[in-house]
Design a protein around this ligand. Structure first.
Ligand SMILES: *[C@@H]1O[C@H](CO)[C@@H](O)[C@H](O)[C@H]1NC(C)=O
Ligand SMILES: [Cu+2]
Length: 237
């Protein structure tokens, strides 16, 4: 079985095959296609903001961090507060590092929503699930296995237009973090009135310093048995 895979691996375009991106979503029993593969189709009717390739972003202050360079999408998906949004990855290869899911209130039309204000908040995350940094007990290992991730939209969240941003932070290279974020446009419905407290809001890029111990990590050092995800705490409503 393994020898037959070898020609494929040799033909794969160098690093491109080793990374990944969110390529579709499942929301309220409906599937929403995102951009597919290394060269997304221009003009697709998708809720996803168009990213340009599978390559990682290497610094938390890079402007690409907001939505992997994506600035608009032609459509949006309705989701009831309290329901789940599931992101799907066509491929994902790393098993060390956290998963973080963020929301951004557009307070108006998606067309004028650039995600650049200090209004991002986390609704979900999974960092280290065991006590060994050099292990496969991480949020991103769940995506390696399942190629999908479900997050609940807080039930009390105020309705409106939001960006949802799925971020994988790969830590398999010592002190060389790799960020993989993608965004989609969702319209949250319901009768909630809640918004997160201001101390849980941050800007993206730069939700933390590049030197943050959750970002600049050597998982092979064998020092420490715990890990704190970078950025603010999760708000669950
Ligand atoms: C919804 O997402 C939560 C995580 O936020 C998860 O625990 C739960 O199993 C999900 N439910 C479904 C039906 O996928
Ligand atoms: Cu990679």
């Amino acid at each position: 079985m393994f020898p037959s895979l070898l020609p494929l691996l040799l033909l794969a375009p160098s690093l491109a095959a080793a990374h990944g991106a969110v390529t579709s979503y499942e929301i309220g029993g409906k599937a929403y296609e995102g951009y597919q593969g290394f060269s997304p189709v221009a003009g697709a009717q998708t809720i996803q903001r168009q990213w340009k390739d599978y390559n990682p972003i290497m610094t938390v202050t890079d402007a690409l961090m907001t939505c992997n360079g994506g600035t608009s999408a032609p459509v949006s998906a309705e989701v009831a507060a309290g329901a789940n949004v599931t992101a799907v990855w066509k491929q994902w290869t790393h098993q060390q590092g956290p998963v973080m899911v963020w929301l951004y209130p557009c307070d108006g039309a998606f067309a004028s929503c650039d995600g650049k204000a200090k209004k991002w908040f986390k609704i979900d995350e999974m960092g280290l699930t065991g006590d060994v940094l050099n292990s496969n007990n991480w949020g991103t290992a769940v995506i390696y296995k399942d190629l999908k991730w479900s997050s609940r939209i807080p039930e009390s969240l105020k309705p409106g237009n939001y960006l949802i941003r799925h971020e994988l932070l790969a830590l398999h290279q010592a002190n060389t973090p790799q960020f993989y974020p993608e965004c989609a446009q969702i319209t949250v419905t319901g009768s909630g009135t809640a918004t997160p407290p201001v101390d849980l809001l941050t800007s993206i890029p730069a939700y933390a310093a590049q030197s943050d111990p959750g970002i600049m990590v050597d998982i092979y050092q064998g020092k420490g048995t715990s890990y704190k995800t970078p950025g603010p705490a999760v708000w669950t409503g």
